[in-house]
Write a protein that binds this ligand. Structure first.
Ligand code: SF4
Length: 540
């Protein structure tokens, strides 16, 4: 700490000397230091404590499947076992994501069964993006069947926007929207507790499962977080539910009523969000330029403003204001309209697909000409030219560049080119000097070092897991399928191939998760394939 620059060095008076590691779960007020993963655990404890304070006899239930960026949630839950036990929160890891989701669906049946030992069970499902994709059937049905009035469910999607530890980048909110599942999009770990409690209240009110985006950059970071009050509740909402209500019930037989109830749930979500605002204006009011943000992109925008040296006073001079959307789908219309009405231009800053931007355009289309902004820009400008990328991840300098471009169009006298030039990375990396790039390899001592070799002339198919690295090790290992599909692609290829046989690498974790079914498919198809079950977990 002595080596720290003076401005960054905490003053002695700021240091909480009484703080202990377990305070992250044990403290009841003040500040705690939490990683995103730990914040999800703390959220469950808070929900239980709030229910008790409100005189509600609830329990909690958690299931799902680990995988980056939620690779450590199971460990964090086990480490907090005593805290979970004290609050009747059960954690049962799924053998895969969809069966975990099915178990969470069951937790919402406790209330309507008439046989429950508690008044309701709040559930939490978790999985990484591909796990959410494979769980589409159950998540879609579970959301339609609904949560229970004193339970509620958060579906936590570990979204790897940058594709840093996944077969490809993913954005789970698009799938959630397809299932009519509302989506909360916290900007960072500091908002996990607030957004999570909001999600449970929203789920209880609307009967919907509530999606919660936990992107790598937030869930894998940590922050000092102010604990919310246990007494702080939500405002009552006037909403007339359809006959039979919005929540989980039985019988709930197939038919159009389920679809109609889904539409009513979304209306209830908007009604709740209208009264209990999670969308906020965070800088200025009005102005010709309204910047609308959501999720981590909000922090990118605020950092871009800081780096450009645009504080509140200069923002007011320029004529810009910033409006942050917490519920990224469905967009709550009252807030969105109040943020947009009378603007000349709206710049939407969000990572990946234009989820908020598209909804905003729909909403504004029917405004009278005098109230409708001249342009809503984001992924492209008003002429269709690319402005902010819809792929990869945003960075503050990317947002700064787009912002300077928009300000420059309207106010050419305001020249930010010098400030911007300082932010932009060098176009070309240095041709000389040490490179940080290093091709990953198996750990020393890992069985994969030898088990992924194949006899000369043979070929192997790769799969999900560390053993995929064999693909770049000159080991005649090719291809990739989704987790649980290992070897099945060979069934479609073999009849048309000169090759008579192939090996398939399959980690024991994947075998347990879903790979067994792939083997059954290969047997059923009489495929000429040899599965190598790669066992790396050491014996206890
Ligand atoms: S399976 Fe385990 S030991 Fe092997 S490379 Fe992966 S992390 Fe390392």
């Amino acid at each position: 700490m002595d080596g720290m620059p003076k401005g960054l060095r905490p003053e002695r008076a700021d240091i909480d000397h009484a703080y202990r590691l377990d305070d992250r779960y044990g403290r009841t007020e003040g500040q705690v230091y939490l990683s995103g993963t730990q914040a999800l655990v703390r959220l469950l404890l808070l929900q239980a404590d709030r229910d008790r304070r409100a005189g509600l006899n609830t329990a909690g239930f958690v299931s799902g499947y680990r995988g980056s960026p939620l690779g450590g949630l199971d460990q964090a839950l086990w480490q907090a076992q005593a805290h979970l036990d004290a609050r009747a929160i059960r954690f049962v890891p799924g053998i895969n994501e969809d069966l975990g989701a099915t178990a969470v669906m069951g937790s919402q049946q406790v209330e309507s069964s008439g046989e429950g030992t508690v008044e309701g069970v709040f559930g939490l499902w978790y999985g990484k993006g591909p796990g959410l994709d494979r769980s589409g059937d159950v998540l879609k049905h579970a959301n339609a069947y609904g949560s229970s009035p004193h339970g509620g469910v958060l579906a936590v999607a570990g979204d790897d926007h940058g594709g840093v530890s996944s077969s490809m980048p993913h954005q789970s909110d698009l799938a959630m929207i397809a299932w009519s599942m509302p989506v909360l999009n916290p900007s960072g770990v500091r908002e996990y507790l607030e957004f999570g409690l909001y999600g449970y209240a929203l789920s209880r009110f609307s009967g919907a499962w509530v999606g919660f985006k936990a992107i790598s950059e937030s869930v894998e970071s940590a922050a000092t977080i102010q604990l919310p009050s246990l007494d702080q509740g939500f405002l009552p909402v006037a909403f007339e539910p359809p006959p039979g209500g919005l929540h989980q019930r039985w019988p709930d037989l197939p038919g159009l009523a389920i679809e109609e109830r889904l539409a009513a749930k979304i209306a209830a979500v908007k009604a709740f969000a209208r009264v209990n605002r999670i969308d906020r204006t965070v800088l200025g009011t009005g102005g010709w330029l309204r910047i609308v943000t959501t999720g981590k992109a909000h922090l990118d925008l605020m950092e871009a403003l800081r780096l450009l040296g645009i504080g509140p006073a200069e923002a007011a001079e320029i004529g810009l204001s910033v409006h942050k959307i917490g519920l990224s789908w469905p967009l709550e219309p009252d807030f969105a309209l109040s943020a947009a009405r009378g603007a000349e231009e709206i710049l939407v800053v969000e990572e990946k697909a234009p989820v908020v931007e598209g909804q905003l355009k729909d909403l504004l289309y029917h405004l009278p000409a005098g109230e409708r902004p001249r342009a809503v820009v984001g992924k492209t400008d008003e002429f269709g030219a690319r402005l902010l990328p819809a792929t990869g991840e945003l960075r503050p300098w990317i947002v700064a560049k787009a912002l300077v471009e928009r300000i420059g169009h309207r106010l050419p006298e305001r020249d930010f080119s010098t400030r911007l030039a300082d932010l932009l990375p060098d176009e070309a990396p240095a041709a000389t000097g040490p490179s940080l790039a290093r091709t990953p390899y198996f750990c020393s001592g890992c069985p994969h070092n030898s088990s992924t070799r194949v006899p000369e002339g043979s070929k192997a198919l790769a799969g999900i897991g560390c053993h995929f690295m064999a693909s770049w090790m000159d080991r005649d290992t090719v291809g990739l399928s989704q987790m649980g599909g290992e070897g099945v692609s060979w069934i479609g290829q073999a009849p048309f191939s000169k090759r008579r046989h192939i090996f398939q690498n399959l980690g024991e974790g994947t075998y347990f998760h879903s790979g067994l079914l792939a083997i059954r498919q290969a047997v059923a198809a009489k495929a000429t394939i040899t599965y190598k079950i790669l066992f790396t977990t050491p014996s206890p």
